[in-house]
Write a protein that binds this ligand. Sequence first.
Ligand code: NOJ
Ligand code: CA
Length: 678
Amino acid sequence: MRLMPVLGAAAALVAAAPALAQAKGTATASSPGGIVSVEVSTDGDGRALYAVSRNGKPVIAPSRLGFLFTDVAKIDRRLEITGTETRDFDDTWTQPWGEWTSIRNHYRELKVHLRETTALARVFSVTFRIYDDGVGFRYEFPQQPNMAKTNIAEELTEFAFAQDGTAWWKPAFLWNREEYLYNKTPLSAVSNADTPVTIKLADGTHVALHEAALVDFSGMAVSRTEGTTLRAALHPGAGRPKVEKTGAWNTPWRTLIIADNAPGIYHSHLMLNLNEPNKLGDMSWFKPGKFAGVWWNMIKGEWTWARGPKHGATNENVKRYIDFAAANGIPQVLVEGWNVGWDGDWFGNGNDMDFAQPTEDFDAKMLAAYAKKKGVRLIGHHETGGAASHYEQQFDKAFKFAADHGYMVVKTGYVTDAGQIERVDPDGTKYREWHQGQWMSNHFIRVAEAAAKYKIAFDSHEPIKGTGLQRTYPNWVAREGMRGMEYNAWPGKNPPEHEANLVFTRMLEGPMDFTPGVLSLKGSDDSNILSTIAKQLALYVVIYSPVQMVADTPENYAKYPGPMKFIRDVPTDWSETRVLNGEIGDFATIARKQRGGEDWYLGAVGDEEARSVSFKLDFLSPGAKYVAEIYRDGDDADYRTDKRHSIVIEQRRVSSADEMSLRLAPGGGAAVRFRRIK
Ligand code: NOJ
Ligand code: CA
């Protein structure tokens, strides 16, 4: 860690910086490059307000801070600023895996101390970390006589946007958790939204509102109060307040990424930087990579998770998938429905699930040996059906079983409606928790710690939202948390703009297990997926995850040897990432450099309209030669017709001095490998 020399090593929190000309009761500070500024003040009623501007122009107008409690008077008026501290921080750290190897964390911190002027005289601070591309802030309450225990009824933090704009958001507090399509509305028409909410303000400035380091707290949704003002709306607790705390406590970071355009939003590292460093130590045991899966046939309804004549996880099927993986250099195979517990109605009812007890037709020992011989590892699946306490009770045996059979990754799932997670307290009392509540935020930390003991990484479906915790717990390698490919198996498919939405919304949370690569473009009952085949390839680059599924069946892949070559080649771990262009919900082009290699890969996705995307190849090493292996939509490709499989695969010599233009068909995309040659 390198602190700015003026401050000295031990002086982590020091010195009111002279740059802060303070009107009485006002604190201000700006980011290292002077781009983003924060001002904290109190009004005539003693309400504490913060405001954020960028290049001198307001982004967040003065907005309230405060809390409601279930048992004592709220904190929001009769406050005074009693002091401020600032410090500068500049450090570069390394990710064990990710979209970038190296991450710079460069901010100015402003800590504002506040005190109530009432008899309660409660004190707290609000700490702002101000970056050139946004700001994160959190409340910090020290231990104090009048707050031995804290029971939060609601957080009163407001985000009063200074202008209207267009917002991309998904509804909060509805039954299907995070799995809704994005709404695109005026900011002034948002209702209840889960974060991230991404907004293009009227002047073109892009802002993403989210939170970082969601630990021991309830997830923050937002509700619009009036005009363009959103206010925090915490997820409920079950049989207790939304958030319960003892002694000193703080909130997660409330984050605003601010940039000129959509690619600028994606390039921010604020989310990762606001999380604590790796707590798990050596992660060299986790190797990013692709996985095949005994899965798509279940999702399509042709096989079952439960035992019976259509059971998917049979020895024969699993061996066939292992053979397929080995033949294609795919290091892992997911198997679902391999364990006892699926036979009844498992949806929302996982109390029969046993993650150390295979079914009779899944010979775990034999399959582990078979996989090992072929250089493949299995991925165990732990579907909890929302019975999270039941899962916790079998953590040790479940992760031991996985480790004993050579697994490196497990996929977890919490399939039940929102607000229906089963928590069982030590006295046997049952409660129904929210996927995004405080108890679940702690549950996931318990999963990370329990799995890490056995060197197991996990990929959680129906999870709590991503808030950059993969920095602190790098075995939490991916999650779902939005509508993935599975929706393309079912009626009501993802529309062509879905992935161009995801890039600038869901993907700000971190890796997504989207499960790309359904080259057959077929869901259940022979239904058509609303995509071209080239777009399926593009998804391997555009939608980031260190564990990336090769989701279709071996039989289907055998029909498409040309496109399959790209899936074989594309890695899942990157040293560098550049979003070359993009507009939310319209298109996005992303280039990434293979970690530990010299090749670059590029993916471009569009929406329902045909368009061309053009970009410079100046990300390639100057002077070096490359062969661009291009997989693009055929001239007649169209997701609405029987030409959705039309693809052109061609090669071209290129260098960093060149430009490239790719035509995307309706529902289309393109993928390119830039292979460096001598
Ligand atoms: C929903 C998950 O998203 C999917 O991947 C999984 O196969 C099913 N639940 C069953 O666990
Ligand atoms: Ca799901």
